[in-house]
Design a protein around this ligand. Sequence first.
Ligand SMILES: NC(=O)c1ccc[n+]([C@@H]2O[C@H](COP(=O)([O-])OP(=O)(O)OC[C@H]3O[C@@H](n4cnc5c(N)ncnc54)[C@H](OP(=O)(O)O)[C@@H]3O)[C@@H](O)[C@H]2O)c1
Length: 163
Amino acid sequence: MSLSIIVAIDENYGIGKDNQLPWHLPADLKYFKAVTTGHTVIMGRKTYDSMGKALPNRRNIVISRQKKLDLQDASLVHSLEEAISLCSSDEEVFIIGGAEIFRQAIPLISFMYITRIGHRFDADTFLKGIDWNEWEEISREDREPDEKNAYKYSFLKYQKRGS
Ligand SMILES: NC(=O)c1ccc[n+]([C@@H]2O[C@H](COP(=O)([O-])OP(=O)(O)OC[C@H]3O[C@@H](n4cnc5c(N)ncnc54)[C@H](OP(=O)(O)O)[C@@H]3O)[C@@H](O)[C@H]2O)c1
């Protein structure tokens, strides 16, 4: 089983604002859906709340310290390790945020799917803790703005060196 994160960041590593995404970029939502559909997705409770419901056609695992959360459409666990332990028969598992969960996951992952957006947004949540020397870019797709997507963006995939 390999563990990956998938995240969209702005030029300042911003990922969120007021428990929402700071931008509207439908091409990235489409990419996220294509990459993660059919897989298990692991997320923090705040990211689950920000979506309002589980992502369809994926097994959703939500991490919280609260013992009595009533989630109808997702599995509740109480640590990242517990989430990962449920995935031993998966091929690739996606950790989808937010910042608190990414910070704990980065030492454990082999791949990062990063959408870099060519703009600086007003954000209150940031992706932290990546030592870029440890990562090799293995694929890259650059996209120009169009009528539906107002910013330049790139889909990048990184592999941890030596993994
Ligand atoms: N740009 C992107 O790709 C992207 C992706 C995902 C999210 N986001 C954004 O990121 C923001 C949310 O990120 P966030 O860092 O505030 O929250 P988060 O990581 O989604 O969730 C944090 C919560 O997870 C639980 N948690 C964290 N560590 C835990 C542990 N070790 N054991 C048990 N439970 C644990 C706690 O839930 P309880 O409080 O219930 O105990 C904690 O409050 C939003 O703005 C969202 O839109 C952006």
